[in-house]
Design a protein around this ligand. Structure first.
Ligand code: MG
Length: 205
């Protein structure tokens, strides 16, 4: 277990393979020495914790972007809906309370800066170059394309673009993350670094 992780990390809600978590942490450790990190789709903060403990060691920052209203698959009646993360009064998914609790309990309040907004709205006036971008937001083609188009250009040279849920086999998962992965490669601006389970890692040339 990585130092700095809460003992109950496996109880934290989220969809992250242990090998993917280890890879995210490893890349975040090197990249956070060069600048801030930005994650799209923090959900309850599981991946954020792996990025956060790495960034904290370098005195860096993780911007954790999520509207906290859940992706398509988290909505009421959908496959990954979690009643514990549903605000019945508002009639909306709300993962922010759980996210904040997990970040605070891990002592990462000074490292992780939540950006509670949609991807396009948050990007509109963004100016800060990023050393690492982790895209794990909505998996509709529209959402994935928006995330890529709004944020990939903010990566500094040598920056790392990590994309979650990239599956070669459509039977294993949706193809929107793979579509932006291919878009990045085809742009000629990125080179492939590694693929760990469904986590694809590219470097901005
Ligand atoms: Mg994911």
């Amino acid at each position: 277990m990585l130092p700095g992780l809460p003992a109950d990390i496996d109880q934290i809600k989220g969809f992250l393979h242990p090998e993917e978590a280890a890879a995210l942490h490893r890349w975040a450790r090197t990249q956070s020495a060069a600048g801030p990190l930005l994650e799209i789709g923090s959900y309850c903060g599981k991946s954020t914790l792996y990025l956060g403990i790495a960034a904290r060691d370098n005195g860096s920052t993780v911007f954790a972007l999520d509207h906290h209203r859940g992706s398509e698959e988290h909505q009421l009646g959908e496959m990954f809906h979690d009643p514990a993360l549903y605000d019945a009064q508002m009639g909306q998914v709300d993962t922010f309370k759980e996210f904040r609790r997990n970040i605070s309990r891990a002592g990462l309040d000074d490292t992780v800066v939540p950006v509670v907004a949609g991807s396009a709205a948050a990007a509109r006036h963004w100016q800060t170059p990023l050393a690492m971008l982790f895209i794990d937001g909505g998996h509709s083609l529209d959402a994935a394309l928006t995330d890529y188009r709004c944020w990939a250009g903010h990566l500094q040279r040598g920056g790392i673009l990590a994309i979650h849920d990239v599956y070669l086999d459509a039977a294993l998962g949706g193809q929107a993350p793979r579509a932006i992965y291919r878009l990045a490669l085809q742009s000629g601006l990125f080179e492939c670094c590694e693929q760990v389970e469904s986590l694809a890692v590219l470097r901005r040339l």
